[in-house]
Design a protein around this ligand. Structure first.
Ligand SMILES: [Cu+2]
Length: 159
């Protein structure tokens, strides 16, 4: 009995720290309205003054303002059939246009300051990512071909 208690305590502490470690929690949901990646002609990238109500796909972050420190992103793919991903990159402004490779229909991620990512999130799956963030603006986007221009990005402000 005593041995069980001694073994269970470190495990309980480890589980607590895994969930309580972050200073802030951002719930991120990935959605698509079409059920198919047909957003090829959309031009809904950041800094393009696009009408985001036309977005076929989206990254939603709640809240989108957090304090500096360890920020945990709980990412859930709410799409019915499409695999998505989330890449976190620091940006200087929400008005900037991102480097974009038209032939691949992807953001040129190598030109961005990427801090982390969660790749290949299957429909109805959740993945967590914790990053230590300084004050600034952080782009969350999906770089599966066509998804970014279909509207799959958002910006989180860290203060
Ligand atoms: Cu996507």
């Amino acid at each position: 009995m005593k041995k069980t208690t001694l073994l269970a305590l470190p495990l309980a502490l480890a589980m607590m720290s895994a969930t309580a470690w972050a200073d802030s929690l951002v719930r991120v949901t990935l959605i698509d309205k079409t059920g198919a990646a047909d957003g090829g002609n959309l031009r809904l990238g950041m800094g393009m003054n696009a009408d985001m109500s036309k977005a076929k796909m989206a990254v939603n972050a709640n809240p989108n303002h957090v304090k500096r420190g360890a920020v945990r992103f709980d990412v859930t793919n709410l799409a019915s059939a499409i695999v998505h991903e989330v890449i976190v990159a620091q940006i200087s402004s929400e008005d900037q246009m991102l480097p974009y490779d038209e032939s691949r229909a992807k953001v040129d991620a190598e030109q961005l300051f990427t801090l982390g990512s969660v790749n290949e999130i299957a429909p109805n799956k959740s993945v967590s990512l914790t990053l230590n963030l300084n004050p600034g603006k952080y782009l969350l986007y999906c770089n599966i071909a066509g998804h970014y221009m279909a509207g799959m990005w958002t910006v989180v402000d860290v203060q």
